[in-house]
Design a protein around this ligand. Sequence first.
Ligand code: PRP
Length: 554
Amino acid sequence: MKKYDRITPEGTKDLLFQECAAQRKIVEMLRGTFEGKGYHEVITPGFEFYDVFSSNSMYFPQESMYKLIDHKGRLLAMRPDSTIPIARLTATKLKGHTLPIRLYYAQRIYRQQPELRGRSNEIMQMGIELVGLSTFESDIEILTAGMEALTSCCTDDFRIELGHIGIYKLLMDHLNTTSEQKETIHSLIASKNYAGLSDILEDFHGSQTVEILKELPKLFGGREALGKARKLFNGYDEKLLEMLSYLERIFQGLMDLRLDKVMIDFGLVHQAEYYSSLIFRGYISSAGEPVLSGGRYDELFKDFGESLPATGFGINVDQLASGLLKCSEPAKGNRPAESLDGQPRNNLRIALTKGRLENSIVELFDEMGYDTGNLKDKGRKLLLSIPDQNMDVVLAKAADVITYVEHGVCDVGVVGKDTIVESGGTFYEVLDLGFGKCRFALAVPKGSEFYSGYRTKRIATKYPKVASTYFESKGMDVEVIKIEGSVELAPLLSLADGIVDIVETGTTLKENGLEVIEEIRNVSARLIVNVASMKLKKAEIDGLISEIQDKVGR
Ligand code: PRP
C-alpha cells in the first residue's frame, strides 16, 4: 500500500530557519502592539464541536471545514476562524466579567481551500477582539490598532478600506428576494460584477433600492466615494443616511489622527453573517489578497446566549512573514518588495487568454490606439509589453489567467465567463466585454432520447463543475466524465450519452451529428481585476476600465 510518509498534505508546509524567524518576528511585533494597547492573550482549542460554527454556515460552508468525530460520535471541526471560538469563550468563561474585555490571539486556523490553487489550508492568524463597547471610540481604537499592527510589520505600503455592512443589509431587507437570489446578489456585489448585478436587479423593477444596490460596488475610492453615496442615498430611509454619516465620521476621525491610508468601499460585503455595521480590510502590495479583515459583530454573541457588542480583526501572519522575507532578501537590498516575484513592479500587468479571445483583444487594443506591435509579432514570447502604455502583457491559457490575477502577479485579466464559472476564484469581474460570445449547452446525438430509461446517464465535458452543478440543480444524478478537448467525440464513441460544452456557431455539433437539447447559460469575455490591485492601483485600473468601456459600449 502506498505510504504518504515523506510529504505533507496539500495546503500545509514545513517552515525552516528564515521562514520560522520571519514568522516569529511578525508574531512578536504584533504581540508587542496588542499588549501595548492592553489586550490579553487567549488560546482556544484547535478543534471544537461543529455546532459552534454551524450557525455561520454561509461563511464557513461545511465543505470548507475539516471534521473529526469524537469517541461519543459527536462531530468536531478544526477551527476555521478565531472570532467565533473567542465569542464562545467570552460568553461562557468570562460571563459577568467587567467590560470592556480586550483579547488577542495568535493561533492557526484550518480551512479546506480549492485544490492546487496555491492556497494554504493552515493559516497562522493573529488578531484582537474588543468586547462590550459599541462606541465611535472603540471602532477608532480597533482601526488604529490594525494600522499600527501593519506599520509595525515592516510595511508602510498598505491601505485599509472601510465599508458598512448595515447599508447592504438594510437595502436587502427592502428587496423581496428568495434566499438564492440574495446569495447571488451578495456574490455579485462582492465580486464587483456590475453587469451581472444589473441583470439580476432588472427583475425587481426600478426603485431607489434597486438603483442604490446597482451602484454600491462602484462606490469605492477616497472621500469622493462618500460624497457620491450621499447624493445617491438622498431621500432614502433615515437609517441608511445615519449609517452613511457614521462612515463619514469614522473616515474623518482617522484623518484627524493623520491616519490617511484609508479608502472606502461600499461594495465591501464580508461573508460572515455576524458582521453588523462597520467592516474593513487591509491590503499590502506584496500580497494579492487582503491581509487583514474585520469589523463590528454586535449580533454574534446572541448565538451563545449573550448580548454583547464587539469588534475586532484578524491578520494573516503568513502573508506578512513572506512580505518580510522579500524585504530582507539581500539581492533586493532594503527596497520594499512590490510583487510576489520580488521585483519592483510599477507597470500594470494584464493577463490575456491565448487562442480564441486573443484576436478580439488585440483588435480592441488597436481601437484604443495602443501600440500592439509586440502582440502581433510575438513569436513564442509569452511576456510582452505595450510600450506606449507602460503595460506588460502575459499570454496564458484561460484558467491560468484567473490564477495569475487571483494571486496578484497580474493586476488585470481577460478571460471567458465559461472558465470563470468552471474555475471560480476570488477577483473582481468588472466588465462584460461583449466579444467571445457563446453558450453552455447540453447536446446529445441527434434524435436520441436523453431523458428516457432508468440508467444513470453519462456526460462528457471539459467543464465538470458546470455540468455537475447543472444536473444537481435539476435534482438529477449523472456520471460526469472529464474530457480535455474535442468533447463531441465522446458520444460518437459511445463513451457518453451527452456533452455539456460551449457552442459558438454550432458547426462542430452539426458536423458530428449532435444537437442542443438544453441551453444552460450565455458566456462572453470578461475583464477581471485582482482585489488588492483594484485598491492599490485604483487610478490606473479605473483609467483602463473606462477606456475599454468607451470602446465596448458597456
Ligand atoms: C470549442 C468547443 C466546441 C467548439 C464549439 O472547442 O468545445 O468543440 O469550440 O464551436 P462551434 O460551435 O463554433 O463549432 P475548441 O475549438 O476550443 O477546441 P477543443 O474542443 O479542442 O478544446
